[in-house]
Ligand binder design. Sequence first.
Ligand code: SD4
Length: 305
Amino acid sequence: MSWAVIGTWRMSLKGTEKAMEILRSGGSAADACTEAASIVEDDPHFHSVGYSGLPNEDGHVQLDAGFMDGDTLHFGAVGCLEGFRSPIRVARSLADRKYNNFLVGQGAAQYAAANAFEKRINETEDSMNAYNKEKGKNSPLSSYDGHDTVCFLAIDNDGHMAAAVSTSGLFMKANGRVGDSALIGNGYYVDSSIGGACATGLGEDIMKGSLSHTIYMKMKDGTSAKDAAAVSVQQLHAELMKRQNYAGGIAAIALDRSGSYGVGTNEPFAFTFASDQTPACTYFADAENGSTKIHVYQDTDPALD
Ligand code: SD4
């Protein structure tokens, strides 16, 4: 068996490298994805995940995260979690329950406190400066105004797969808004016997296509990870254009049980990948004539954190 890991955006590189270390030494896909997402959550340079995330309309950093185990199909998720260091760890800890797998707001915080998860004020000077600057304006924000979600999908040496997703959601989102990232089948879905997918972009539009589950179902029907991701994003984009005359930015990653990956996007997107065959590397993807073009990330590409 071989291992592989894929992550969204340039910010995932450190996480992918951490996941590599874990997978290379025989660790589990679940640990690899959790540790990878957690490293990104801790890094104040990335203003869309965890510490120093960009606040909602009330100036609060409300974090969403989802975790899925591809063997058991167990999942755990938190929405609008405030005041804790690692939403992904909290999400994962909810995965093996029969009930109450998805907690939001005060209930999520109460659970995290009761289970001794580390507390942290995630609003930093940088987050609050960005908030105060934006607050004065009336212009609506686009989904990519400094806002991207980190997602990881991995397969380990024993063929177990997992997914982890963490985000502070859209900048200036409404108090209590939860996007696709915490929602199973939308921000993430993984089944070790087939493969999995994760999404990033405008959550409201991703949810209209149940994007991660749609990609997964295509893979289940025999489509490659490459085509499943690219075609599903194109189809969702076309449907959204037809029905609402606009489509938010949407990108998805997929990984199958043999370690082959796929990417679909309707706008410039960066991702990282590593496997027992391939060193960790950052790639750039973009939509071109109805398909997704990918190359190794170059300095001339847009700075997509
Ligand atoms: C959300 N999907 O909360 C997330 C945000 C994101 O790139 O991924 N932006 O809607």
